[in-house]
Design a protein around this ligand. Sequence first.
Ligand SMILES: Nc1ncnc2c1ncn2[C@@H]1O[C@H](COP(=O)(O)OP(=O)(O)OP(=O)(O)O)[C@@H](O)[C@H]1O
Ligand SMILES: [Mg+2]
Length: 272
Amino acid sequence: MGKVIAIAAQKGGVGKSTTCVNLGIGLARKGKRVLLIDMDPQGNMSSCLGIEEPDSLKVTIVNILEKIMNDEQWEPTEGLMHQVEGVDFLPANIELAGLETTLVNVISRETILREYIDRIRSIYDYVIIDTMPSLGMLTINALVAADSVLIPVEAAYLPIKGLQQLMKTIGRVRRQLNPELQMEGILLTKVDRRTNFAKDIITLLQQAYGERVHIFQNCIPLSVRAAETSAEGKSIFLHDPKGIVAEGYQALAEEVLSRESTQCAKDHSDAL
Ligand SMILES: Nc1ncnc2c1ncn2[C@@H]1O[C@H](COP(=O)(O)OP(=O)(O)OP(=O)(O)O)[C@@H](O)[C@H]1O
Ligand SMILES: [Mg+2]
């Protein structure tokens, strides 16, 4: 069974979509079968994967979710696209914003995405969901469908305050809708290596959340090279393979893999 990771942060522009794409491709480079799901009507993840105009796409995640909502038949491969660097993805566009408003009146409105993922997850090792910078119904759907949440935090503002609302929402989802939801970890992004600011933020995060949440050892450095990838429609591994950001995301992929194997070993020993 594949593992499902939601990338979530209430704050905008912290590197959710960039992390979704580059962690996904980092895992694919390690031989994993990866599906990336865009749950943001801005369609940034889809753009980062080479879709020039997501709004002109005929089939997106919206069509599939609508079919599930209306109890219509759908094929597991419907709408899936393949990116040259080895990941599959399900794109989104502005129509997803309309779907979010109709979801409000739907029975089981929080579990529509989970229904989709439950049917396709056996085909993949990892399913990674990009979410939008809000904690509305689309993000709730992602948290309900996920096994774990990865939270990117930008190393440029006081992050603790911004995290409180997300942590509350995760707690509520856990209590009411998805008791199995785990924390994958907090990832520091856009770290300016010329300053010591990131170290201070890591200390603050450790104090506030370190006991409950893993804080990734690998931070993602700030680099104009990363900013360029959004417009280029390819990953950092193609755009700047030897750069510090590619190194950061590859190390993150390895850390996610090694945490998974530690967790499996722990589950195994718990079962004995
Ligand atoms: N490590 C980095 N260094 C410099 N720029 C970066 C880095 N990571 C991402 N960026 C740039 O910062 C901007 C925001 O990144 P991204 O779109 O990944 O954030 P997001 O959290 O998904 O935003 P939103 O909340 O709007 O969905 C983009 O222009 C992106 O190219
Ligand atoms: Mg985004």
